[in-house]
Ligand binder design. Structure first.
Ligand SMILES: *Cc1c(COP(=O)(O)O)cnc(C)c1O
Length: 388
C-alpha cells in the first residue's frame, strides 16, 4: 500500500533528470516534454540561470520570513510589476494562493464601498485552484462535488457571452469584480474572445468592478507575450500568476494596479513562506531569462509553427474538431475522449496531456527550438492519425 493519499492517477514512470525540453526516466529513456510539468518549466529543465540563482541564494539564505525586508522579494516584485505594467504585488506559493489573494482583495474593495456581501463574476469552465474559495470559483462540478458547502459570493456566467454579463450587472448590485482566465487551460484550452474581454473590461469600468485575470497558466511568456493580456491590448486591475514563475520552485503572485493596489494594508493578508529568498531568486532568474533570451517571441513563433504543422497534417483527419490556443498553449480537440493517447505518446517518447476529456493539450517549454517543435507536432499528428 502506498504511503501517499490516492489523489492522483499517476503514470507508471519516474523521471530522474532533465535538460532543456527533454526528461530522462530512471531506466535512462529520453522523452520530449510537451507539457512542462503543467506549464511550469517554461525555461525547460535544469536551466543554468535558474540553477545558478537557486545555488547562490541557498548558499546565503533560504528563508527569513516576512517579519523582515527581503532583498530578493523586492527585486522580483520590481521586475515583475514592471514587466506586467502593474503597481505592486503580493507573493504566495501557488496559483490557488495567488487567486485567494485576489478574491480577498476584491471582497475588501467591495466592503470599502459599503457592499456587505460582495460577489465576483466567474465563468463556466474556469479553473482557479483547489482551496475552498478557489474551487468554489472554479466552473467544474467534478472539482466541487463532495466539498459543499461551497464558499459563497461567486456568480457564474457563460464564457464569451457579453449579454449575460450585462444582465448580471443590471440585476446584481453586489458584484465587485470579474475574474477569468484569458485562455481557460484545464477545461480544454478555451480561448476567450478579444471582443468579450474588451466588453468585460468596459463593463468593469462602468460598474466599478475590478477586472481580474487569472494568468496562473497563461502568464510568464506562455502565450507569446509576458502576460496574455499584453497580446490583447487590455490592462487588468488585478492579475494572478504562478506556474511558470519559478520554473519549478513554488511561487505565486497577485499583482494590482490603480485603486486595487491600495486595498491591502498591514495585517490584511500574509504567508509564512510567500516570497521567500529562495523562491524569489528563482523567479527573478526566470523573469530576466525570459526577457534576455527573447522567449516570448520564441513562444509565439514556435506555437505558430506547431499549430500550422498540425493544421496541415490534420486537414481531413476524421477526429480533429478544432485547434485552439495562442503561443505555446495549444489544444487539439478531437471528436471523442482521447485520454488513451497520453500513454501512447509516452511509448513513442513524448509527454503530452489531455484536458477536458477530448482535447490534447500542449504546453512545451518556451525554449523549444524549430527542429524540436516540428518533431513534437509530427508526433502528435501521427498519434491522431493512428487513433480510431
Ligand atoms: C494551475 C492553475 C491554478 C492553480 O494553481 P496551483 O498552483 O495548482 O494552486 C489556478 N488557475 C489556473 C488558471 C491554473 O491553470
Amino acid at each position: 500500500m502506498s504511503a501517499l493519499m490516492q489523489t492522483y492517477a499517476r503514470l507508471p514512470v519516474t523521471f530522474s533528470h532533465g535538460e532543456g525540453v527533454y526528461l530522462y526516466d530512471t531506466d535512462g529513456r529520453r522523452y520530449m516534454d510537451g507539457i512542462s510539468g503543467i506549464a511550469v518549466n517554461g525555461l525547460g529543465h535544469a536551466h543554468p540561470a535558474v540553477t545558478a540563482a537557486i545555488r547562490t541564494q541557498a548558499d546565503k539564505l533560504i528563508h527569513s520570513s516576512n517579519l523582515y525586508r527581503i532583498a530578493a522579494q523586492e527585486a522580483l516584485g520590481s521586475a515583475l510589476t514592471q514587466v506586467a505594467g502593474m503597481d505592486n504585488c503580493f507573493f504566495g506559493n501557488s496559483g490557488a494562493e495567488a487567486n485567494e489573494a485576489a478574491i480577498k482583495l476584491a471582497r475588501l474593495y467591495g466592503h470599502a464601498r459599503g457592499i456587505r456581501k460582495p460577489a465576483i463574476v466567474v465563468l463556466e469552465g474556469a479553473f482557479h485552484g483547489r482551496t475552498l474559495a478557489t474551487l468554489s470559483a472554479t466552473g467544474n462540478r467534478k472539482i466541487q462535488a463532495g466539498f459543499e458547502p461551497l464558499v459563497a459570493g461567486f456568480v457564474r456566467a457563460p464564457r464569451n457571452d457579453i449579454e449575460a454579463l450585462r444582465q448580471i450587472a443590471a440585476k446584481n448590485p453586489d458584484v465587485v469584480a470579474f475574474l477569468a482566465e484569458p485562455i481557460q487551460g484545464e477545461c480544454g484550452v478555451q480561448v476567450l474572445d478579444q471582443q468579450y474581454l474588451e466588453a468585460a473590461r468596459a463593463i468593469c469600468n462602468k460598474e466599478d468592478w475590478l477586472f481580474m485575470l487569472d494568468e496562473v497558466q497563461t502568464g510568464n511568456g506562455r502565450t507569446g507575450t509576458y502576460f496574455a493580456y499584453q497580446g490583447l491590448d487590455l490592462v487588468p486591475d488585478v492579475v494572478t500568476t504562478a506556474k511558470g514563475l519559478g520554473n519549478g520552485v513554488p511561487i505565486g503572485a497577485c499583482l494590482a494596479r490603480g485603486p486595487a493596489a491600495q486595498v491591502f494594508s498591514t495585517g490584511h493578508h500574509g504567508s509564512t513562506f510567500g516570497g521567500n529568498p529562495l523562491a524569489c531568486a528563482a523567479g527573478l532568474a526566470v523573469v530576466n531569462s525570459i526577457a534576455q533570451d527573447g522567449l516570448c517571441a520564441n513562444a509565439a513563433a514556435m506555437g505558430q509553427l506547431i499549430a500550422d504543422t498540425l493544421r496541415s497534417a490534420c486537414t481531413g483527419a476524421k477526429h480533429v474538431c478544432a485547434i485552439r490556443g495562442r503561443g505555446l498553449m495549444l489544444g487539439i480537440e478531437l471528436h471523442k475522449d482521447c485520454g488513451e493517447l497520453v500513454p501512447r505518446a509516452m511509448d513513442a517518447g513524448f509527454l503530452i496531456n489531455v484536458a477536458g476529456g477530448n482535447t490534447i493539450r500542449l504546453l512545451p517549454p518556451l525554449v523549444i527550438n524549430e527542429a524540436e517543435a516540428r518533431e513534437l507536432a509530427d508526433a502528435v499528428a501521427e498519434l491522431i492519425h493512428n487513433f480510431d
